[in-house]
Design a protein around this ligand. Structure first.
Ligand code: PRX
Length: 635
C-alpha cells in the first residue's frame, strides 16, 4: 500500500514533500488505491481561494457507505464494526458486525425513503450516543440525504435555530437519554423546538429510556416498528464527489451558528487516510474515541474515518464519572482498547482523582493516546503520558477544526517524536503558514503568528449552508489567498507547531467552541439586563471558563444578586445549553468602550485573568473611570 501507512520519520518527510509538490498526483494515488468509486474523477482538484471555491475529485461518483460498509463484507463481515458500550456498566455491550451494520443501515435508509426523504433533503439528528445515532448518519449518507447532527446537550432554542437554518424535513430523536445517573427528556426538548419549526414533517423516535412521552399524531413515529418492517437491501444512491454529505454547526464569534458544509469524496479520502496514520490503526485493533458524534470529532473519527478503514470503533453512551471516575479505564480494560482518543478537559478532570482509579485496571492494551479540542497543558500531558500511556504510548496532540473536517497538525505515533503541548508537524498534504498582523507570512522557525493554511486539502468545508458570503468573510478575507483558522500558533526551532489558542471571540470551554455574541444575546434577554460582555478565564478542568460582566437596567436594582445570577444562567441554558453557563457574573455600572462604542474586551480579559498590572493604554476609552470600578469589584 504505497503512501498509505507511514512507518518512520524519513518516510513522513518523503511522503509529505510529495504531497506538497504534487498534491494532485498524491491524492489521486490515495483515492485510486484505497476506495471504491462508481466512476472516477475528471479532475483531481480545482480551486480558487478568492471566490472561494474548492473542488476535489470532480466528476467522480461514489457512495461513502459502500466504502464504509459494503466493501468490507467479503473480508470483514463478522468483524465488529461498532462496539457499543452503554451508560450503565451492568448492561451488556453490543458488538455490531459489518454484516449487521449493513443490514441495519439499509433498513434505516429504507425507512427514511418510505417517510419521503430524498437525496439532498436535510435530516436533523438529535440523539444520544446510542447505535441508532451512527445508523441514522449512515442511513442518510446511503440515500444522499444531508445529515445535520445536533449535539444532544443543546437546548430547544439552539436546536430550532439549527433545524430552521437548514430547513430540515425530519428530526430523528429518542424518548430520552441517559447521562450517568440522570435521564434527559430529549423528546420534550424536540417538542419545544418544533413549536418554532414549520419545515419539519416527521419525527422518528427511538426508544431508549422507556419514558412516557407525548407523540404528536401524524408527525411522530416510533422508529423500531418501522425498522422491523423494512427491507435489508437498499441500493446506495449515486453521489457526486462534491455533493454535500453533511452540515455541522459550529459557533461563530458573532451571529447565528455556522452550518459548515462537508462534501463526499474528499472528506472520505482525507478522514480515512488521516485516521489510519494519525492513530497507526492496524487490523483487529480496537479504537475508541470518547467524543460525541454530535461534534466533528465524532463524525470523522468515530464514524467515517474508522469505518472506511474497516476498523472496530467504540461508541460510549456514558460519561467519564459514572459510576465513578474509573469508567474510562474500566472500558479500556474490558474491550482491550488499543487507541484511545479524548479531550484535555477529560484528562484534567480524571487527573484530579486518585490514581487508584487508574491502577485498578489493566491498561496494557493501549498503544496510542490522542488529544483533541483545545491546547493540552503540560501537566495534563504528563499525567496522561505517565499514568495512562506508562510512557510507552505516544500522545498524538491533534489540532484541527469542524471546518477542516480532518486532523491537520499532529504527530504520527512511533514516527514523529512528541513534545508536550506541541501538535508538532503538519499532516500529509497540509501547508500551514503563520502570518503577522499586517498580513505578511512569517518564514523560518521560532516565529509566532496567526495560523493559516495556504493550499486546499480534501476534507475542508466548502461553504456555510445558505451563506457563502459569510464563509468567504470569516475564513478567506483576513489574509489574501489563505484559509484563516482563527487560532494563533508558534513554530519552534525545529518547525514544530504549538497552538496558542483562539485569536477571535470564540472561547473554548471544556473543548466546546462558544461564541461570545450568542451568549451575550441570551443574557440580554433577561428583563433586568441592559448590556453584557463575556470573556474567558483559565479554569483547571475546563481549560477556560466564562466570566460575564453585566450591566443592569436599573442602577437601584434591589433584587438578590445571587438569584439574578441563577436566572441569567437559566436563560443561557435555555438559549444555548448548560455548557455555556457562566462561572462568574459581575454586576457593573459600565463596560470599558472605545470612542466608536466597541467594548474593550482586552481589558475585561485581563481583569478576569487577575492580571491588572498592565492594562495598556486606557486613555483612549470613552469611559476610563469604569475600569477601576470593575477592578475593585472583580472576583
Ligand atoms: O482553537 C482550536 C481548538 O479547537 C478549535 C476547533 O474547535 P471545533 O471546531 O469544535 O473542533 C474541535 C475538534 C476538532 C480550534 O480552532 N483545538 C482543537 N484541537 C486542538 C485545539 N487547540 C489546541 N490543540 C489542539 N490539539
Amino acid at each position: 500500500m504505497s503512501n498509505y501507512h507511514i512507518k518512520h520519520l524519513e518516510e513522513y518527510y518523503q511522503v509529505y514533500r510529495k504531497s506538497i509538490r504534487e498534491p494532485e498526483n498524491f491524492w489521486e494515488e490515495v483515492a485510486e488505491e484505497h476506495f471504491m468509486w462508481q466512476r472516477k474523477w475528471d479532475r483531481v482538484l480545482s480551486w480558487d481561494f478568492s471566490r472561494p471555491e474548492v473542488k476535489w475529485f470532480e466528476g467522480a461518483q461514489l457512495n461513502i457507505t459502500e466504502n464504509c460498509i459494503d466493501r468490507h463484507l467479503a473480508t470483514r463481515g463478522n468483524k465488529t464494526a461498532i462496539l457499543f458500550e452503554p451508560n450503565d456498566p451492568k448492561d451488556d455491550a453490543e458488538h455490531i458486525t459489518y454484516n449487521q451494520l449493513y443490514q441495519r443501515v439499509n433498513q434505516f435508509a429504507n425507512v427514511l425513503k418510505e417517510q419521503g426523504i430524498k437525496k439532498g433533503d436535510r435530516v436533523c439528528i438529535y440523539l444520544p450516543m446510542i447505535p441508532e445515532l451512527a445508523m441514522a448518519v449512515l442511513a442518510c449518507a446511503r440515500i444522499g440525504a444531508i445529515h445535520s447532527v445536533v449535539f444532544a446537550g443543546f437546548s430547544a432554542t439552539a436546536l430550532s435555530t439549527r433545524i430552521n437554518d437548514s430547513d430540515c424535513k425530519m428530526v430523528i430523536t429518542s424518548d430520552g437519554s441517559y447521562r450517568g445517573a440522570k435521564t434527559i427528556d430529549l423528546k420534550g426538548i424536540v417538542d419545544e423546538a418544533l413549536n418554532d419549526c414549520a419545515c419539519v414533517e416527521t419525527v422518528l423516535v427511538a426508544k431508549r429510556i422507556h419514558s412516557d412521552i407525548q407523540m404528536t399524531s401524524g408527525r411522530d413515529k416510533w422508529l423500531q416498528p418501522l425498522l422491523d418492517n423494512a427491507s435489508t437491501d437498499c441500493k446506495a444512491e449515486v453521489m457526486n464527489a462534491e455533493d454535500p454529505l453533511f452540515i455541522l454547526y459550529t459557533s461563530g464569534s458573532t451571529g447565528q451558528p455556522k452550518g459548515m458544509v462537508h462534501t463526499t469524496g474528499g472528506y472520505m479520502v482525507y478522514t480515512a487516510y488521516s485516521f489510519k496514520n494519525a492513530f497507526q490503526y492496524r487490523e483487529n485493533d480496537v479504537y475508541w474515541c470518547t467524543a460525541d458524534i454530535g461534534w466533528i470529532t465524532g463524525h470523522s473519527y468515530i464514524v467515517y474515518g474508522p469505518l472506511a478503514n474497516g476498523a472496530t470503533t467504540v461508541m460510549f453512551e456514558g460519561v467519564p464519572s459514572y459510576p465513578d471516575f474509573g469508567r474510562f479505564w474500566e472500558i479500556v480494560e474490558k474491550h482491550k482498547v488499543n487507541q484511545f482518543y479524548t479531550a484535555p478537559t477529560a484528562i484534567r478532570a480524571l487527573a484530579k482523582q486518585g490514581l487508584e482509579l487508574v491502577e485498578k485496571y489493566d491498561l496494557s492494551s493501549l498503544k496510542v493516546l490522542g488529544s483533541v479540542g483545545e491546547p493540552i497543558n503540560e501537566e495534563a500531558w504528563h499525567w496522561y503520558n505517565d499514568n495512562i500511556g506508562k510512557k510507552k504510548s505516544p500522545i498524538v496532540d491533534t489540532w484541527w477544526q469542524t471546518e477542516t473536517g480532518g486532523i491537520m497538525i499532529t504527530p504520527i505515533p512511533f514516527v514523529t517524536p512528541t513534545k508536550p503541548t506541541y501538535a508538532t508537524l503538519p499532516f500529509i498534504g497540509i501547508q500551514p503558514a503563520l502570518m503577522d498582523e499586517n498580513g505578511k507570512e512569517l518564514k523560518g522557525n521560532q516565529v509566532d503568528g496567526r495560523l493559516c493554511i495556504k493550499f486546499p486539502w480534501p476534507s475542508m468545508a466548502r461553504t456555510i449552508w445558505g451563506n457563502h458570503q459569510r464563509y468567504k468573510d470569516t475564513y478567506f478575507s483576513a489574509f489574501e489567498n489563505k484559509y484563516f483558522t482563527g487560532d494563533g500558533a508558534l513554530r519552534d526551532e525545529v518547525g514544530y507547531y504549538r497552538i496558542t489558542g483562539r485569536v477571535d471571540d470564540v472561547i473554548i470551554v471544556s473543548g466546546h467552541n462558544l461564541g461570545t455574541a450568542p451568549i451575550e444575546d441570551a443574557i440580554n434577554e433577561h428583563p433586568a439586563v441592559a448590556e453584557s460582555a463575556i470573556v474567558g478565564f483559565p479554569h483547571d478542568v475546563k481549560g477556560n471558563a466564562l466570566y460575564g460582566y453585566v450591566i443592569l437596567k436599573d442602577v437601584g436594582e434591589t433584587r438578590d444578586q445571587d438569584n439574578l445570577r441563577k436566572e441569567i444562567n437559566q436563560i443561557i441554558t435555555e438559549h444555548i445549553g448548560p455548557i455555556a453557563k457562566l462561572d462568574k457574573i459581575q454586576f457593573t455600572q459600565g463596560l470599558p468602550k472605545t470612542r466608536s462604542g466597541k467594548i474593550m474586551r482586552r481589558i475585561l480579559r485581563k481583569i478576569a485573568h487577575k492580571d491588572t498590572s498592565n492594562l495598556g493604554d486606557t486613555s483612549t476609552l470613552l469611559n476610563p473611570e469604569v475600569v477601576q470600578d470593575i477592578i475593585d469589584n472583580a472576583f
